[in-house]
Structure formats: C-alpha cells, structure tokens
Design a protein around this ligand. Sequence first.
Ligand code: ADP
Ligand code: MG
Length: 878
Amino acid sequence: MAKKKSSTPMMDQYHAIKEAHRDKLLLFRMGDFYELFFDDAVKAHELLGLVLTSRSKGENPIPMAGLPHHQLERYLKDLINAGQKVAICDQLEDPAAAKGIVKRGVTRVVTPGTVLEEACLPGESNNFLCAVDPGEARAGLAWIDISTGEFLVLNVPPEQLGDEIERLAPAETLVPREAMRDGEALHDTLKHRHLGALSRRDDYDFDIAGGARRLLDHFGVATLDGFGLSPDDPAIGAAGAILAYLGETQLTELAHVRRLRLITRSDHLVLDRTTQRNLELTHALLQGGRDSTLLKVIDRTRTAPGARRMKDWLLNPLAALAPIRRRQEAVGELMHDHLLRAELREILAGIADLERIMARVATGRVNARELVALRRSAEQLPTLAAVAGRMQAPLLLELAGDIDLLEDMAGRIAATLVDEPPAALKDGGLIRAGVEAQLDELREVRAGGKDWIKQFQQAEQERTGIPSLKVGFNKVFGYYIEVTHTHKDKVPEDYDRKQTLTNAERYITPALKERERQVLGAEERIVELEYRLFIALRDEMAAHIERVQAVAHALAALDVLAALAEYGALRQCCLPEVHESIDSAIVEGRHPVVETLLPENEFVPNDTRFGEADSLIQIITGPNMAGKSTYIRQVALLTVLAQMGAPVPAKSMTLGLVDRIFTRVGAADDLARGQSTFMVEMAETANILNNATDRSLIILDEVGRGTSTFDGVSLAWAITEFLHHRVRARTLFATHYHELAELGVILERAENHNVAVRDWSGEIIFLHKIQPGASDRSYGIQVARLAGLPPETIERAREILLGLENQAADRDYNYLREGEVLRAAAREVQMDLFAPQHVPPDPLVEEIAKIDPDHFSPMQALQEIQKLVQKARKKAGL
Ligand code: ADP
Ligand code: MG
C-alpha cells in the first residue's frame, strides 16, 4: 500500500519513526492507546482481531487500529508468537507540559528472540536467539537466552550447521543477508530448517574482527583466549552479530550476560534433531500424546531454572566417564537418602526463578514484587545450606559450596520494600516506613497530619473562643472547620463557608487551603520519591548479578539431581556402570515411558547384550505389534539416561560410552520439507552410514518399508552388511521381514532375536519377550485378523500363503524371486479374489439347503417355513 504522506505534524512524526523500523510493527503511543497505522493496522487487525478504523476520514482515510496501553503485554504475546517484530514508540515527555507536538521515540524493540516480557516467555524452556556465520572451512553458531543471560558459541563443519540449529529450536535466527541469497550455500543448508523468526542482517555484522571487538568490549576483557576461542573462529562473528542486534533492540545494558561458553561437541553424546524426535525426548510424535515423552517422565524438578536445566541435560548427555560418574554419585546419594532428598526438594519449591529476576534487574524491568521474591528466596538459603551441609558426594558438596547466602541483599530488600508491594512502580506503596525521613513526613502530610490538625484546632479554639470548634479532614471535601449553629456569630471574617450540615456549618480558611495544596502535592512527591528509592535499590542489586547467577546455577543443578533421584527411587531404577569398552548389557530393562502408560507390572522387562566380538548387531524379527519398536527405543533411551548420569529403569546396566545415537524409526512423512517418505528414510539412513563411528549406537526400525518388498529387503540387507563390515557400531535392527534373519546367521558379529508370540489356535498372543533366534514366520495374517479385516480376505490370504510356502519348498526358495513365486502360488490355488463364487453363501441359504423335505410331516413343514420366514424378516429388518 502506498503510504500517502499526511500533512499533520503528528503523522509526519509517525513516518519519520516508521522509516527506521520498516520491518516491524510500530506501536505508536497516543494518550492511553498504542495505535497502528496503514499496513501495520491491517496486520494487527488480522493477527489480534483489533477493530480497524480510520484516521482523517475523507479522501484518503488512513487505516488505524489501537490497543489500550495497559494491555500491551497480552497483545505482545500474540504478536511474538505469530513471529512478528514490534517497535514500541512512547511519549518521551509529559503531554500536558509539551509545547506543540509531544516528543516521541522508540523505547524498545521486541522480537521473538529478544522478548523479556514474562507473559511471552516459556517458563520451562529457554528462549534462544541464534546467529549463524557461514564461515568457510568452518561455520560459526552463537545463541543466547537474554531472559537468563546464557550465551553460547560453537564452531561446526558447515554441513552440520542445519542439524545444530534445529537442535536448538531457536525462537529467532540472525543470518547475513548476502550469504543467505537464493543459490548461496547457506541458503541451501538452512532451507526447510526450523529457524524460528528469520532476521536478515548486514553481512558486516558477522565479521570476525568486528565481533571480537564487540565481545572484548561487552565482557571488558583484553583477549578472547579465556573463553577458549581462537582469533579466526567463525563463532566470534556469530556472537558479534548477536551483540550488534541486541544493541539495537534492547536499548539497555546487558549486565547479566557475564559469560560466554564455547561448546565442544566431543564433550557430549550427540542427539541430532531426528533422533530427539524419534525417541520422543521432549515432544511426542503423535499429537495428543503430549505426556508421553521421556522429559515428562523424569522431570520432577521444583523450579523453573531446574526444569530448563533438566531439558538441557536430557538433550545434551555427557560423553566422558568422569563427569557422568560425578553426577551418578550425587544422584545415588539423594536416591538413597530419602529424608535429605525430601527436605531439599521442599526448600527448592519455595525458590523463585532467580535467573530471570536478575535478567530483569539488569535490563531495568524488574518490579518490586520480583525483588521481594528474590528476598524470600534468599531467606531460604541458610536452611538449604544446612541441609546441603549433610551431603557427601563431591558434586553435591561443590554445589553446596557455591551457595552464597545473599544475606546482605535479602537484608537490604527486606529493610526497603514492604512485604507485599503492588506490581506497578509508579503508584507508590513500595517503600517501608522508616527508610527515609522525608518520605515519612510526606506520608504524614498526605494522611491529613493528625498532629498538625490537633495543633491547628487548639489555636483556632483559642482565637475564636469557641471551645467546641472542630478541625477535620476527609478525602472528598479536604480540610474543614466545623462550628455548631449555637456559635455561628463568633465565626471570624476569614472563614469561608463550605458546607451546611443539620446543626453545624463547615468553613475553610486561607491557611487551611494552603495546607490542602501541600497534601495534594505530597501524593505526587511520595510516588516520585518511592520510585527513586526503588531504582536506587534496583541498581544496588544490579551490582550483585554475578553472585545471584552463581547461586541460581547451583540451585538448578541441585534441583535436577534431586529430581533424577526422585525418579530413580520411585521407579525402581538402578545407576548404570559406565566404562570405556564397547561391551554393554542391560538386565531386565524397561521402556521408561511405555511402562508408565501400562497398568502396574504389565510391562515385560527385557535383557540386552552387545558383545564386540559376537553380537554388535542384533536383528529383531517378530510380527507387527509384538514390541520390536518399543524394545529398540528402550535401549536408546536407557543409554541417554545413563549418559545424563541419571538412574535407568532396569535391574542392572553396564554401558560402554556412546558418542552419538542415530535413529531411523517409523515412516514419518516430513511434509514440511516436501520430501517423500521413502526419500526421507533413505536420507536418514545415508546420514547414519556416513557419520556413525564404532562408538555409536544405531537404532533402525523397519528400514526399506517405504518401497517394494524386493527393493526393501535388498536395501536393508546391504545396509546391514555395511554396518557390520565398515562401521562396526552397536546396532539394533527391528524388522518384520523375517527373511533378514538370514543375516544373523551369516554375519559373524550379528545375532538374531525375536519377540515371543504364542499361536493359540489361529489367535495370536503377544508375550513382548525378546528371545534368541529368528522369528519363524511373520504372523501377518493373524495380526490382520485382529485388526478386523473381513474373514473372506483373511481366508484368501491364507490360501495364497499356503501356495507360496509349497512353491518355496519345491523350488530352491529365493526371496528375490518372490514375485514370480507369488504369481505361481496364486495361480495354483486357481481362484480369483473377486470371483463371485468365492463369496461365502448367506447362512440362511445354507440352512435352507440343508433341509430334507422328504422326511417332514406337513406340520413340521409348516413350522419350518414359519421359522425361516421369521429369520428372513428379521434379517431384512421387517
Ligand atoms: P512392533 O514394533 O513390533 O510392531 P510395538 O513396539 O509398536 O510393536 O509395540 C506394540 C504395543 O505392544 C505397544 O504399544 C505396547 O503397548 C505393547 N508393548 C510393547 N512392548 C511391551 C512390553 N515389553 N511389555 C508390555 N507391553 C509391550
Ligand atoms: Mg514397530
């Protein structure tokens, strides 16, 4: 839409401001409303349902929509969730005092990745702003959660960039504009990836030298060595782009961003986005299955920072023995000491989100309630420290040692702020009495000043000689002097009548008027003074950000450790033994999520063993619904838990460290990426064959299902051989092609397993028990019957199968000739699936056919006819 310049000075002002924020919705403060104009108004109308009106009716009406200023946060939430960026333009001077047009300016820019409004932030997840520097040999990635102050960077091979970003699930991603053009490598890498809101920025924002300068400046350091960064790391460019962007959007100091953490992938068990999704770590695959994730089952944290940390540990398990064992020791102690755990969790429940409160302190957005929450949390710390003092595990001791009691801060807040202040900062009622003499005096004045009234009353009584003269104050009428009618004639000249009562008159004098003015002025000055005292307190607190962050970090870790211990204790778990070799074994392992969905004790535990020499690859056959998928995922989930340092649902487990888990599970259609199921399946498989190492764990579920049987079996066969000969990774391969069990026999380090089922006179019973050996047949027809396929279809399938089996016995059976065999088998049975003679006759017809009329008496014949007619009518619904 063409933006017709309006001639009014205010619209000129609007256009000037909008010019600098073309890519955002501009909320323009006018009186009690934020107004949007032109296209912004139309968009707000569509997204928020705001009423679309117009300004300056007539020839060129300007579309306009407005929202009440006190509802800003609510509307911001919807805009941010819709991926919009918003510039908030406020009045920079008091409209009453302004000469001409009120001065306005943008005070804040809010984008999905930089939002700080409580209502817009997910409590249990981080809200990441991410930046990408495509680099050359290596790419750089940086991400920050400004609501907590966490700032991280990573250097990666360019081909892994897409995966890394997806793992982060950012709310917003910054990319260099030129490098992101169609046809550029970065564009291809990031195409179809989930990037959150995309913000294209000037390429020089990503410059490494410029980034280094911004980082040095922000952290006040002389070198980046301390962060483990080398001068040519592309991660520096990405981090610099983030600082540049925050500089433009936040318009405040980022004093709570104190650390930059360089991530090295070898420190962690890598779980790519596909694997995270397939294993349903934090999100269920099926809609409606919201609760059936591993996170939901293990997350028994009591604080929001704890919940965020839990998610972080789950998605980034460890890959080295020492840190895993440190966590295990801590979890073990808390698992066994029920009392210690209960006390710790009880105290944690009373502690607020200190990370986010301090971020709000740093950015000047904190309110008095949040500072009181900080104080109340700090007051819990001595009790917490006392409980922590009883702990033994080194990690627990270290965390306990990090708990600074923050007594000075709590003391200052307690001494300054009332216990239950209002949320608003500019209405007063925040500061305690006794904090500041001037404030106390003003409040005394505002309350009417009882002492002052008493003195004034006495003086007036003496002056007028009216002993019953009374001076009073009320909120509606202000001050008054009350004189009963009896003494009316003694009233002096300077008394002005104000109000007449039944038996008295009320007056005011110039002295009282002056007093009234002071009282009204007091209110304003109180609010101003309270606000100033609050800001002083806030700034004082801001000096201690680092101390509070250290406490918050320690508490979050304690919360996660206690939560994992709680899970372990309640679910009869064990702590696995981790080591460096490959051999691994699980005894009576259970699927942590499925077991919670079944009635108590109905889940059938299973054993697993990987031996480097003889059983690296396990081929699991069995009919559909037997429990194959559940079993192989269970092994992956227990591995994730083990490397988090968490307890696992098993009787015992030993695990050789895993560097990466790969999964190829189910036939998930990735419609968002516009690829066919089979294409996705093969792309995922290619990724596994190319990137897995001998320390990886590979979970393959029904590979080759997306194509014809011949293709599928052949591909699956070749893939398994490759994994066996080349990759040598621990692999679980579930398949309903029982032909593949051949591999378990041929390949040296492969083993066959099957899921036990019992065939009960044609009915199939699932035992869910994994046992050695291949499944003898696929039971597909029995399963189809359970699913309710029509009996004649089942019968026909049985015939064809029988024919197939005969053929296979005759000719030297080879699955590659299956089609030929199938055709022959179907021919042999000599029946067409759709031939009319194959439809079984109606039971009534059968019954009639059985009648032997020769032996009926006339009476019997009549009865028989009646019976048949009744049946026929019933059947016809008559
Ligand atoms: P498959 O992959 O062999 O087709 P699934 O793993 O999908 O079978 O399992 C089918 C159903 O069987 C699951 O939904 C689950 O309820 C049940 N099941 C699987 N494993 C077990 C087990 N070990 N104990 C009890 N029930 C199980
Ligand atoms: Mg399955």
